[in-house]
Design a protein around this ligand. Structure first.
Ligand SMILES: [Mg+2]
Length: 237
C-alpha cells in the first residue's frame, strides 16, 4: 500500500534534476557532450540515447558504465570517467551561472506558496554539491530550503533511501508527516524506501516509468488547476 499524502503537511522535500529544474536534456546532456569534444573523444549523446543512460543514477557512474560499454579498458575507465565528470561538472556550472537552467514552470509559485504557509522545505538530490548550491541560489530566495542534502554527502545514490533518511533526520520531521516530490522511478523508490508519501511530476524522460506506490502522478506543476502545484499547495495547513 502506498503512503497517503500527509495532512497536516510537516515538510516537503524536493528532488532537483528533472523536478525543480528540467536539467537533464538541456543541461547535463549538453555538458557531457562538450566534455567529450574537449577531450577529443568521438562520443555524442543524443536525446534518445541519453534517456537510456539516465537509468544509471549519478553522472560519474553513468559515464563509467558508458565508457566500459564503448570498449575502454577497465583499468583506464575510473580515471577517465573522473576527469570527464569533473570537466562536465564545470561546464554544467557555467550553464547554471549563465541562467540556462530555469525552474520548471509552476515551481517558483509552489515554493513561494508553501513557504508562505510555513511549510518547511528541503532538497534531497543525488546531484553534486558544487552545482546544486549555485543552482538553488540562482533560482530561489535565500533560506528557501531548511535542509539541502546532495549526492556529495550521502554514501549511496537513489534509489537508495539514504538521502531521504538523512534529510528527515535533519528536519526533525517524521516520514509520515513529510511529502517527497520526484520526477522518476528511482527517486520514487528512494522516497518510498524512507517511508515517505511521494508525488511524481513526470517529464519527457520519465513519463513511461513505473510509478506504482506514488500518492499521485502529474505531468506538470502548473496548468489551469490540474497540475501538481495546486494539489501539493492544497495539502498545506
Ligand atoms: Mg530526478
Amino acid at each position: 500500500m502506498s503512503p497517503e499524502p500527509p495532512h497536516p503537511l510537516g515538510a516537503v522535500i524536493f528532488d532537483v534534476d528533472g523536478t525543480l529544474v528540467d536539467s537533464e536534456r538541456d543541461g547535463h546532456r549538453v555538458a557531457f557532450n562538450a566534455a567529450f569534444a574537449a577531450a577529443g573523444l568521438p562520443y555524442h549523446w543524443d536525446v534518445t540515447e541519453y534517456g537510456r543512460l539516465l537509468e544509471i543514477t549519478g553522472g560519474y557512474h553513468r559515464l563509467a558504465a558508458f565508457l566500459a560499454e564503448a570498449g575502454h579498458h577497465p583499468s583506464e575507465v575510473p580515471a577517465l570517467a573522473e576527469r570527464l565528470h569533473a570537466d562536465k561538472t564545470a561546464r554544467f556550472r557555467d550553464l547554471v551561472a549563465h541562467g540556462h537552467i530555469p525552474a520548471r514552470p509552476g515551481v517558483p509559485e509552489l515554493v513561494r506558496e508553501l513557504g508562505a504557509a510555513g511549510v518547511p522545505l528541503a532538497v534531497a538530490t543525488t546531484g553534486s554539491r558544487e552545482w546544486v548550491t549555485p543552482l538553488l541560489r540562482r533560482l530561489f530566495a535565500r533560506d528557501t530550503f531548511a535542509v539541502v542534502l546532495t549526492g556529495t554527502e550521502v554514501p549511496a545514490l537513489k534509489p537508495d533511501p539514504a538521502v531521504y533518511d538523512t534529510v528527515l533526520a535533519r528536519l526533525g520531521v517524521p516520514a509520515e508527516r513529510a511529502l517527497a516530490v520526484e520526477d522518476s522511478e528511482n527517486g520514487l523508490r528512494a522516497a518510498l524506501g524512507a517511508g515517505l508519501a511521494c508525488v511524481v511530476v513526470t517529464n519527457d524522460y520519465t513519463r513511461q516509468q513505473d510509478f506504482t506506490g506514488s500518492a499521485a502522478v502529474f505531468d506538470q506543476f502548473d496548468g489551469a488547476g490540474t497540475g501538481a502545484g495546486v494539489f501539493i499547495a492544497g495539502l498545506a495547513p
